[in-house]
Write a protein of this length. Structure first.
Ligand SMILES: [Zn+2]
Length: 190
């Protein structure tokens, strides 16, 4: 089922999400709906609060991006970043902040403890694009948006776009938000 995407003025995007105790039928159904909603919106990552559920659950699938065709989709539950290394700057977008892009500095690699879709504990190191998308999505679980991590100067430049979203003055190709284009501009929405 395609679920509507929450936008940045929605309260659920500013809350601390609750950990999952396990994966039951309802959670499996939510995961399936999240994948459907993410594909429909042409996103490469989606966190549960973006579909209105304040749960520590996120999915990602970057296989539609050039040179990441072989990367398997991921389900990440109750993630906890154990350590980080390096840093890099990359332009980000977000399905919940349609029409806005901005440079964000983040660690370039992370060691992550999480539970997979079978609720088995995993500890793994991620770098590059996966580390980037994971950190963006994990931020969603603590009520942080990429625009909160932008330089103040850059953030001022997007204030008009943010006001437009707050006023509902946006054109959207998916329920409640606007699809981003991954071809041409290379912007990634997650
Ligand atoms: Zn996002």
């Amino acid at each position: 089922m395609i679920l509507p995407i929450t936008t940045y003025t929605d309260e659920v995007l500013h809350q601390t999400a609750k950990p999952l105790k396990g994966v039951d039928g309802a959670v499996e159904e939510l995961i399936a709906s999240m994948f459907e909603s993410m594909e429909n919106a042409s996103g490469i990552g989606l966190a549960a609060p973006q579909v209105g559920h304040s749960l520590r659950l996120l999915i990602l699938d970057i296989s539609c991006m050039k040179s990441f065709e072989d990367v398997a989709p991921m389900v990440v539950i109750n993630p906890h970043i154990l350590s980080v290394k390096g840093k890099n700057l990359m332009e980000e977008g977000c399905l919940s902040v349609p029409g806005v892009q901005g440079d964000v500095q983040r660690p370039s690699s992370i060691t992550l403890k999480y539970r997979d879709r079978n609720f088995l504990e995993q500890t793994e190191e991620f770098s590059g694009m996966l580390a980037r998308v994971l950190q963006h999505e994990i931020d969603h679980l603590s009520g942080t948006l990429f625009i909160d991590r932008m330089e103040k100067r850059d953030r001022r430049k997007i204030q008009k776009e943010l006001n437009d979203i707050a006023e509902g003055n946006i054109e959207v190709d998916y329920p409640l938000a606007r699809a981003c284009s991954r071809d041409g501009g290379g912007t990634i929405c997650m």
